[in-house]
Design a protein around this ligand. Structure first.
Ligand code: URP
Ligand code: ZN
Ligand code: ZN
Length: 460
């Protein structure tokens, strides 16, 4: 298998030049002008197009039993949607329930994904309870190549852990050299506010925000980072949504706490008024932390462009509007939380970020690909275009014009939060380890070719 991408403009997080990219087998082996191709090579003409490293989504929920139902995608449908949108590697959250052991969770997610994903993937290992058995099992899972944990300070009674468990999880992570990803919201504040709102008859999706206002998230960030400061653990805040939480994270970073920050394409582009749409349509826009007041978006874009925020993910958690969101028709606390976006993240970030002048080209590549590879131990195998790297490439067509419509999407969910939004560019060709997976908006790759990517921890 050999592949030549000719005449493209190669753009990485720190370089921008015209060249051909030559791939042998699964790897990029040469980059330069006028590279020759043997007659049996696949040749792609990238004239007028950009050649990016495959994009990485560091936060997805392809398989997720949650709030009495399951997220809609399978690894087959989710990975295909990822590739259609230029994402060649995903990090799925392995989230056992508190009733399951860590090992049962690991085996479940492995069984769900094995041989079914078209894109490459890794996991963040959810620590949803912590005791001696969990410590042993987590250590083994880290040895098997998962060098990141995930904790929830929210979701009381489901995934949430208490402070004793948090403390010991962070100590173990520090010892093993593992980064701890954290969902930061104060679960007691959420539970009490939800109870008060429901008692007052405030049951619609428009009340979701009121149950988890910015201070609830900021308190969660402050809480996590106090524990991180005292344990020395390395942390990564998932789905940061607002200025208050950002201020807490930056204050901790200034004290020397090791913290990286992720925001979501949803928080950059959607806002609280979406969840206030009438006739229960707001349920499409219920996720946690909630979509915020629009004024937060400028702060997030600015922090992204200036490097204060490291990554843009999707937290892809697809639940159908027709059959799943109505589980909370009379009680917003029962609406399955999540807004699907895996297929649209890169195109929207390009259109509303780069094309709109909010994000420069190199920051775009960094926040959507390179930085996640660096934080989570995949760089330079993933996240760049260089000899020796995996031949995960996105030949991007900036001249393409189109719109997002749920009826045409590959994600297995019955609505799009971005219905009718215009796009100014999309992937023309997407490759994973040298194999063409997407061409001209069609999935052409072999399903199930994606590999689990073991990553090495850096123990003390
Ligand atoms: O609303 C969300 N974010 N759903 C997915 C689960 C989580 O909290 O990440
Ligand atoms: Zn979360
Ligand atoms: Zn999530």
């Amino acid at each position: 298998m050999s592949l030549l991408i000719k005449n493209g403009r190669v753009v990485t997080a720190d370089s921008d030049f015209h060249a051909d990219v030559w791939c042998e087998g699964e790897t990029i082996t040469a980059i330069g002008p006028n590279l020759p191709a043997p007659p049996d090579a696949t040749v792609i003409d990238a004239a007028g197009k950009l050649v990016f490293p495959g994009f990485i989504d560091p936060h997805t929920h392809i398989y997720l039993p949650f709030m009495g139902t399951h997220s809609k995608d399978s690894y087959e449908t989710g990975s295909r949607a990822a590739l259609m949108g230029g994402t060649t590697t995903i990090f799925d959250m392995c989230c056992p329930s508190r009733a399951q052991s860590a090992w049962e969770g690991w085996e479940t997610w492995r069984a769900q994904s094995e041989g079914r994903s078209a894109c490459d993937y890794s996991f963040h290992m959810g620590v949803t309870r912590f005791d001696a058995a969990a410590e042993e099992q987590l250590s083994e899972i880290v040895r098997l190549g998962v060098q990141s944990f995930k904790v929830f300070l929210a979701y009381k009674g489901a995934f949430g852990i208490d402070d004793t468990e948090l403390y010991h999880t962070l100590k173990l992570a520090r010892r093993l050299g593992v980064t701890v990803c954290a969902h930061c919201e104060n679960e007691t504040l959420v539970a009490e506010r939800q109870r008060e709102l429901l008692a007052a008859g405030k049951t619609g999706p428009e009340w979701h925000h009121e149950s988890r206002p910015p201070r609830v998230e900021a308190e969660g960030v402050h809480h996590l980072l106090s524990f991180a400061e005292l344990t020395g653990a390395s942390t990564y805040i998932v789905h940061l949504s607002c200025r208050e939480a950002l201020a807490e994270a930056l204050a901790a970073r200034a004290r020397g706490v090791r913290v990286d920050i992720e925001t979501l394409i949803q928080y950059l582009l959607l806002d609280k008024t979406d969840a206030e749409r009438p006739d229960f349509e707001g349920a499409k826009y219920v996720m946690s932390p909630p979509l915020r007041d629009r004024a937060n978006q400028d702060a997030l874009w600015h922090a992204l462009q200036s490097g204060l925020i490291q990554t843009v993910a999707t937290d892809h958690a697809p639940f159908d509007f027709a059959a799943q969101k109505p589980m909370g028709r009379d009680d917003f606390t029962r609406i399955p939380n999540g807004i699907p976006a895996l297929e649209d993240r890169v195109n929207l970030l390009w259109t509303r970020g780069v094309r709109a002048g909010r994000l420069d080209l190199h920051r775009f590549v960094d926040v959507a690909s390179t930085r996640a590879a660096k934080i989570f131990g995949l760089f330079p195998r993933k996240g760049t275009v260089a000899p020796g790297s995996d031949a995960d490439l996105v030949v991007f067509d900036p001249a393409w014009r189109g719109e997002i419509h749920a009826a045409r999407q590959a994600m297995n969910v019955d609505y799009s939060a971005f219905e009718g939004w215009k796009l100014e560019g999309r992937p023309h060709v997407v490759t994973v380890r040298g194999e063409v997976m997407v061409r001209d908006g069609e999935f052409v790759g072999p399903p199930g070719r994606g590999k689990f990517l073991p990553r090495e921890a850096a123990p003390l």
